[in-house]
Design a protein around this ligand. Sequence first.
Ligand code: UDP
Length: 220
Amino acid sequence: MKYNVKRFIFSSSATVYGDQPSPLKEDLELRERTNPYGKSKAMSERILTDAAKTRDGFSLVLLRYFNPVGAHSSGLIGEAPQGRPNNLMPYKCKVAKGELEILNVFGDDFETPDGTGIRDYIHVVDLARGHVAALEKAGVGTRVYNLGTGRGTSVLELVETFKKVNRVDVAYRIAERRPGDLAISFADVTKAKKELDWEAELGIEDMVRDAWNFENALDD
Ligand code: UDP
């Protein structure tokens, strides 16, 4: 408000849906998780939505990210987490590189075809394009869009695709479930397609290739 911002895009997260059946649609009520990250996303969505109501001509877009992974194909921009990564893709890269010993697959007894968790991984370049579409197309008022591919991939599917595409080994073992992890989360992507004329174009192969390419470019 101090700087008279008229268009605001908030990086929210699919975590605000909580444990509800997928595909997750934007009009579901928020069921945020108990973790501080999920709480802060839901809280920020509410604060921004209220703030937008009090401002004439204000455009607010809440973008709910699913699981962003990968890197720019140039290898120049990517994710370089400090210390031990928490997320699956960067962790896997460190194991493939020999910097971490083994990937722990958190649970193989979920109600999914191979027992491991299913997520909607989205290439960061598609995610970036989603923001451009939101900036260009969003009108006055508050809009909410999922940014995902609409497709679910299990932990083991992602690991196997990574190995196959990059021709590297990733040592893994089945470990205990991580507290709070959901079995399945993937997006309903029809709203963004219809209203923003945007949809994800890159697939799992592109994601694992570009993540690995960036990981190796880190040494250059
Ligand atoms: N996961 C895993 N081992 C890891 C990190 C993650 O098996 O070292 C699983 C996790 O249980 C979930 C999926 O990979 O099913 C994606 O987890 P991530 O932390 O990347 O994202 P989240 O979906 O939790 O936001």
